[in-house]
Structures are given as C-alpha cells and as structure tokens.
Design a protein around this ligand. Structure first.
Ligand code: SF4
Ligand code: SF4
Length: 311
C-alpha cells in the first residue's frame, strides 16, 4: 500500500474504503461479511474508512467492527454532517454526538460537511455558528480534520474552497469528470492551496454511454438554467452503474440543489446546440435523459424532498 500525508503529516492509505455499500443480507448489512472485508482491507494496509450519517446502518456497522476487533487506533474514520437537513445549532451538536455513539469512538479523524452543491449551504451553516462549533470541537480533540464533500459545479466549488481554512476536501473525479463536478480546475485549485483532496472514483465504461458528452461546457450557460452536462452525466451513469443508484445520485446531487437545472426547464431554443463540438442533438437528448432520470415516482420524491430540505 502507498500512503500520502494529510496536512498534519499523518499517513493516509492511497486507497480508502467506502462504507456506503457494505454487503447486504436482505435489506440489512451482512455484518459478518462486512467485518471480514474490513479486516482484510486493514491487513492489507488500508487505513482510511469513509462513512456518513445518512448511509443506512453504515456508521453503526463500522463502529462495531472497529470496536469488537480492537482496531480503532489502526484506522482513520471519515464521516459526514448531513448539512442539508440541519436547521439549528442544536441539530449540529445532536447529529455529531449521535455519530460518535454509532461509531463507538470519542473523536472523528476527518469530518466532512456532506455534499455541498451551493455556497448558500455554507452560509446557512455559518449563520448557525458552524465556524465556532468546529473550533470548539477541534480544541476538545473531538474532530481532527475538517473538510467538505462536493457535488456541484466548478465555480461554486472554488467559492466554497476559498470560504474557509479547510483541512481537506472530497470530490468525485475521473476522466469523465474532468470538466464536471469540481473538475480539474477545482482539483488544481485545492492542490494550489495545499488542501489534500480525497477522490471518489467511479468505474466508467464509455461504450455504454447514451450521450457522447465530454462535459466541456461550451453549451453553457443555458439561458433557462438547464445543467446540460449534468443531466447527461447522470443519464450516462445509469448505463454504467445500477440504474437505481444513478437515479438516486441524480436526485441527491442535482435534485436537491437550490437551482437544480432539470432538463424539463428546456424551452427548445436551440442556442446550446450551435456550440456543441460533439454535435449532440441536445434538445432531443435532454428529453430522453429527463424521462430516464425522473420517472414519475422519482419526480414526486424529488419534489417532496425539495419541499422539506431546500432552504
Ligand atoms: S435548447 Fe434548451 S438547453 Fe439548450 S439553451 Fe435552449 S433552453 Fe437551454
Ligand atoms: S457542448 Fe456538447 S459535449 Fe460539451 S458539455 Fe455541452 S453537450 Fe456536452
């Protein structure tokens, strides 16, 4: 295993372990299998384990494995504050304490604001006193590094990156994300500030793509707010991963943005198509993408979730 230093010189394995998809037995996590897999990863040098408050059963499972096998001190835990459901300062504290209990630990090595897509989300947390809260947790040794995970666009990423003295950040990056998500510019900006970046890599098989969109963004901005490459990204993802998980990611990462950029906002003006070097019939493909990504139950679910979550 190869290792890289974080800001404090701590050696993190280049390969981390994502605990979002522990093996299942029926609808629950298969604890015995997950335990074997986690222990095998540790034996082979993996020391970075990534979970989140909203991954069902994941924090409890990881906490139990580390506790029962007495290996908490062999690993670094990354978990996340579900900022999109946080409405008060008390909720920040309550959620974090619950995570400590679930993970059977007294401290979190890498604590992330989960899934920022918009600067307004950070501003909302600041109004709730998150900066003072982070300082207090760090001083008490309950949080060792503070960061954020990101699923929006490059410009917004750069703004959030500059808004606070982050210890690290986590982005989704692979050759298909060079110009989407935080993108290469975001990655380079973080590196330029000396902020370590954790990468979520997706297995991408281009032949399965439905739209040959490279994410270059020459078609943007759409005067009606459609996130053209974003819609195509998740549409393609449906054919590279499980359809349901791509739809779920779309719902989470685009559907809950303050300005979601749905394909249904397209009025068919055709402006974008003149700029597409791939000559993609964008209007036609957007319609396809929208019906694939938002069949009726998902549309209703996203609508309901937006009512509750989007501030
Ligand atoms: S055709 Fe649709 S997506 Fe393209 S610029 Fe016009 S409104 Fe936007
Ligand atoms: S210009 Fe074409 S290839 Fe580039 S992002 Fe837009 S649709 Fe995709």
């Amino acid at each position: 295993m190869k290792y890289r230093s974080d800001r404090n010189g701590v050696q993190i394995s280049q390969l981390g372990y994502g605990c979002m998809r522990f093996s299942k037995k029926g609808n629950s996590i298969n604890y015995e299998k997950a335990e074997k897999e986690v222990l095998l990863a540790i034996k082979n040098g993996v020391n970075y384990f990534d979970t989140a408050y909203v991954y069902p059963g994941s924090e409890e499972c990881l906490g139990r494995i580390l506790d029962e096998n007495k290996c908490r001190d062999k690993v670094y835990i990354a978990t996340k504050l579900p900022q999109y459901i946080i409405r008060s300062s008390a909720a920040i504290d309550k959620t974090f304490n619950e995570e400590l209990v679930r993970l059977r630990t007294e401290y979190i090595d890498y604590y992330l604001m989960h899934m920022f897509t918009d600067y307004a989300e950070w501003e909302h947390l600041k109004e709730l006193g998150i900066e003072e809260w982070i300082a207090a947790q760090k001083a008490a040794g309950r949080i060792r590094n503070i960061g954020f995970s990101y699923h929006g666009e490059t410009e917004m990423f750069l703004k959030i990156l500059d808004a606070y003295d982050w210890d690290f950040c986590q982005i989704q990056y692979n050759y298909l994300d060079e110009h989407t998500q935080a993108g290469r510019r975001g990655l380079q900006a973080a590196a330029g500030k000396g902020i370590p970046v954790i990468i979520q890599v997706k297995q991408i098989i281009r032949e399965r793509e439905k739209v040959s969109c490279t994410g270059c963004r020459y078609c943007m901005p759409c005067p009606h707010g459609v996130d053209i490459p974003g819609n195509f990204y998740y549409y393609n993802l449906m054919y590279m991963e499980k359809k349901s998980s791509a739809r779920f990611e779309f719902a989470q990462n685009m559907g809950l943005r303050r300005e979601p950029g749905f394909a249904s906002q397209c009025i068919g003006c055709g402006k974008c198509e003149k700029h597409c070097p791939q000559h993609i019939p964008i209007r036609e493909k957007l319609k396809e993408a929208d019906s694939a990504l938002r069949p009726l139950p998902y549309k209703a679910g996203i609508y309901a979730a937006r009512k509750i979550i989007v501030k």
